[in-house]
Ligand binder design. Sequence first.
Ligand code: ATP
Ligand code: MG
Length: 661
Amino acid sequence: MSETLANLSSESRQFPPPEALAAAANVKADAYEEAAGDRLAFWATQADRLTWAKKWDQVLDWSNPPFAKWFVGGELNIAYNCVDRHVEAGRGDRVAIHWEGEPGDTRTITYAELLKLVSQAANTLTDLGVGAGDRVAIYMPMIPEAAVAMLACARVGATHSVVFGGFSVSALSTRIQDADAKLVITADGGYRRGKPSALKPTVDEAVAECPSIENVLVVRRTGQDVAWTDKDKWWHETVEQASPEHKAQAFDAEHPLFILYTSGTTGKPKGILHTTGGYLTQVSYTHNAVFDLKPDTDVYWCTADIGWVTGHSYIVYGPLSNGATQVMYEGTPDTPGRDRFWQIVDKYKVSILYTAPTLIRTMMKWGDDIPAGFDLSSLRVLGSVGEPINPEAWMWYRENIGRNRTPIVDTWWQTETGGVMISPLPGVTATKPGSAMTPLPGITADVVDDQAQSVPNGGGGFLVLRDPWPSMLRTIWGDDKRFLDTYWSRFGAGAGTGDEWIYFAGDGAKKDDDGALWLLGRVDDVMLVSGHNISTTEVESALVSHPSVAEAAVVGATDPTTGQAIVAFVIPRGNVDTEGDVGDQLTVDLRNHVAKTLGPIAKPRQIMLVPELPKTRSGKIMRRLLKDVAERRSLGDVTTLQDSAVMDLISAGMKTGKSED
Ligand code: ATP
Ligand code: MG
């Protein structure tokens, strides 16, 4: 039988956990055995991390797959778990959020203050007629009120749908309509790239198309002029005047907590539904385990936006349920200068940093000397999420940010999985640069061929999850059929083969000779070159391993001889000259470099040096648009694209380009 997905690269570097961290780690190697021995008992133990108003009767009800119920019969309030209980335990003075505005203004919010804000906001929601079962759209900059708004919704049992603050009128209005939301919570604007960036006009236009919206609650952040209608209410005239007393009511473990749309890398976004008890159990457990969080001493910083699932699970619900102290930053990494992140790490003595490969590669492009100028000695765990991290970017992160001391956790998960699924444990795992390593305790992931057979070590195929997990999506909002079709109908019972329900993640992966997992990008992106299925990730990583390359994206373009041919788009590092013949020579060198690293089969037909790559607003490369360019088609759906000007530059057929922004 032919290979499902080729395994071309190999990696021999390996980094054991630092001894001191391993000795004091929150989670040790025995967790894997414990979970393997009795998976449901393991998750029940993790659910005991939370405070339940009523204990569950059954850990998992999987009698109607793929519709799972976790902690059946249990009741809890999420906001109580994230805020009140820390104050009741005497930790009200602990800082919950060190907030840093882009212009340099700051706020320090303790757990006691957070309780006041969330209670006031909950009272305002009740006044506005919002309660259990209603939907609320949140369209906000990265200010503390965004987290407060989410927690207030959870507190009153309303289901929030956070829409990333960079999205357009149509993206916002279709999401409001899809969820049939009653209320929008927004702000006049936020600061981005050194200036106020308005949000309210987008909301005004969207709300005009959304009759379900009864009220719009507006935080004043920038002070810019806003148009006003009788649906609009200022946050400072309502929430800040409301009573700070609010008694949280418990909700069923399966009460809907939020709807969140996937980032739209592959096509039309899906409204993913998450519920209460299982979700909080897994995000709380994984935040504690994967980052080895010590809430008394750590300062944690996740650089994601609250509009993505990473912001939901690892800025709001995970860290706050664990009583963490965290940094929240409003703006862009290059405002006012390209050292802003390292300034923040140094200023707040950040000890755990969680960011994305796109940012790491951008920092690589900007140059090593920028982080070198800062004291980063407070860092003790580094995380990555969102895309495969190329081994060289991983090494750059380790050397330049971790200073060869700190473990890196490359965490694989999705909006759909709610929480981290595959990741090293920083006190247990000897990591390999570029590998997410193994499923966490309690998670069963596998790589299978097209017959759903587990591939042997050294083989590649499709990433699947074989058992339900607590923070799994419950459905696609309003579209059970799409839920079944997208995730459950490719393999196993949902495909009509066998009794086992198998979740198909949509990503390719391989097992190396030791069984460690390597994510190979989306299955839709796999290239078929002369009969070989080659992953985009492996070719991109080979390109990034060349000292002149900061970022790369490859696609398979139709080719008369090979079926598909590899076309690569490459951003050179900051110090690399690409003018004229020098640039031409570089493209020749890069083609040879890939052939040498992965074998002649993976040698790109063509390399284009470009100044930028098309990315989604969450920073992920959109290969389908590059494929359109490579095949000289007109572009497909660009609505989730971050910067449409990038495509004009690339389509203009740039052969060489400057690496400046
Ligand atoms: P859509 O499903 O609408 O195309 P999306 O998949 O980009 O959007 P997310 O849920 O934000 O939306 O992203 C999850 C995907 O991100 C994963 O399926 C995987 O492709 C990629 N990903 C996330 N973390 C990692 C990681 N550590 N390694 C490799 N890939 C990752
Ligand atoms: Mg996806």
